[in-house]
Design a protein around this ligand. Structure first.
Ligand code: CAA
Length: 258
């Protein structure tokens, strides 16, 4: 089993907890490899309808492992960043919703991990930031790209160049998280959101994720065309017949498992 993460499934909701609290859940190669493994399994596990990603202790993730990176030469550093990108891209693109429940520090690679998730719910105790320039590097798990896309170029430059750590309310204000919850309610709020999404048509959720992700970097004309094609895929599903039929018959829909 895993040494650095915990994974459990409860009535369709998978929870991945990064469990290296003594090192503030810092992402070393072992943690990244385990994350890649668990999300690969989740991708093909029909039992899991939505995923919550969180951290054990007072950090969500305090970044890539500085002690490990300190020992790496440039080739090793590049390999570690490539592994990080592989994990972030997997989470961003699996056809299931992934919710980051940001319980504490989400710094550097931790902020990048949260940004690779579909939705971020932050505890009032959460702290976000990209402190890399203070270590002589820049964000390397996608932060220069995802942060600019989430909060805009100017705010991304401000956060990355100053390395300022911000609290949950400021993160909410700038669009770096979508909800803020009391610390003791964080997981139940995340679970409620996960269950709401899991109650909808799975193919529609997966298709919406693909349409938003892929269309975001296209020009509007190509993105509109892409939406029509992805819409048609959802429209061809049994869930469309069921969802619309249930509405007309004034009953709750029973969507198919994928
Ligand atoms: N890597 C390795 N170890 C880390 C770590 C990290 N990113 N963050 C914390 N730790 C370790 C500390 O070294 C410490 O270990 P010891 O007990 O063995 O000394 C332990 O976790 C507890 O940390 P602190 O004593 O520092 O706890 P604190 O409560 O005083 O501070 C903190 C918490 C503000 C998160 C502070 O630990 C911190 O600033 N961490 C580093 C944050 C950072 O710079 N992250 C960016 C990393 S670079 C990166 O992520 C690159 C990329 O884009 C991929």
């Amino acid at each position: 089993m895993y040494e650095n993460i915990k994974f459990e499934v409860n009535e369709g909701i998978g929870t991945v907890t990064i469990n290296r609290p003594k090192a503030m859940n810092a992402l070393n190669m072992d943690v990244l490899t385990e994350l890649y493994d668990v999300f690969t399994k989740i991708e093909s596990d029909d039992e899991v309808k939505a995923v919550i990603l969180t951290g054990e202790g007072k950090a969500f993730v305090a970044g890539a492992d500085i002690a490990q990176m300190h020992k790496l030469n440039p080739i090793g550093g590049r390999q570690m960043m490539m592994l990080g990108h592989k994990v972030m891209n997997l989470i961003e693109n699996i056809e299931k919703p992934v919710i980051a429940a940001v319980n504490g520090f989400a710094l550097g690679g931790g902020c990048e991990l949260a940004m690779a998730c579909d939705i971020r719910i932050a505890s009032e105790k959460a702290k976000f930031g990209q402190p890399e320039v203070g270590l002589g590097i820049i964000p390397g798990f996608g932060g220069t790209q995802r942060l600019a896309r989430l909060v805009g170029k100017g705010m991304a430059k401000y956060l990355i160049m100053t390395a300022e750590m911000i609290g949950a309310d400021e993160a909410y204000r700038i669009g770096l998280c979508e909800k803020v919850a009391a610390p003791e309610e964080l997981l139940s709020v995340a679970e409620k959101v996960a269950r709401t999404i899991a109650s909808k048509a799975p193919i529609a959720i997966a298709t919406a994720k693909t349409a938003i992700n892929n269309g975001f970097d296209m020009d509007m004309k190509s993105a509109s065309k892409f939406e029509i094609e992805t819409f048609t895929a959802a429209f061809s599903s049994e869930d469309k017949t069921e969802g619309m039929g249930a509405f007309l018959e004034k009953r709750a829909p029973e969507f198919k498992n994928r």
